[in-house]
Ligand binder design. Structure first.
Ligand code: HEM
Length: 135
């Protein structure tokens, strides 16, 4: 497995852990009310689990598992892969932090834009590897 996939999958697992912890707190709070502000974490829960876990895991596994080239660089553009990984996680961080920082609502669309750029960057890195075996 390439180092990039190792880091992407580790990060996805970390975000799964945090997302589930928040989900557990919300669920606990529903059964036995202790803090209304827990609900402010709902958007963090959704962002971490859908983008940080599901999407990121799919990208990390795709980078590892898609057919490799018979020549170097066998995984295609690693630089673009690392760039996509950085863009995705900075995007997630901005989307999560935006509601908590005063007068920083603009961080939310910027974060989403970075996520879209990450998807485009990964797509351009992975597309050439969608090919017949042995090419
Ligand atoms: C891959 C895993 C998960 C994903 C993608 C996910 C996604 C979501 C989404 C999209 C919502 C918003 C639903 C809505 O507003 O109608 C939500 C709400 C919630 N999630 Fe998760 N979730 C996951 C796992 C978990 C886990 C493991 C827990 C608890 C241990 C949990 C607890 C909750 C709670 C308590 C809510 C609020 C439900 C309500 O509005 O009453 N989630 N989740």
């Amino acid at each position: 497995m390439p180092r990039l996939s190792v880091w992407i999958i580790r990060t996805a697992l970390l975000e799964l852990g945090i997302g589930i912890t928040i989900g557990t707190l919300m669920l606990w709070n529903k059964g036995e009310f202790f803090e209304a502000r827990i609900w402010l974490l709902l958007t963090v829960h959704i962002e971490l689990l859908i983008v940080g876990w599901l999407m990121q895991l799919a990208l990390g596994v795709a980078f590892w598992i898609l057919p490799r080239f018979t020549h170097e660089p066998r995984y295609g553009s690693l630089r673009r892969g690392w760039l996509g990984y950085g863009l995705l996680n900075v995007g997630i961080l901005l989307v999560i932090l935006a509601p908590w920082i005063p007068h920083a609502a603009a961080l939310h669309p910027i974060g989403r834009l970075l996520e879209v750029l990450a998807a485009i960057t990964f797509a351009t890195a992975l597309w050439p590897r969608v090919k017949a075996f042995g090419v």
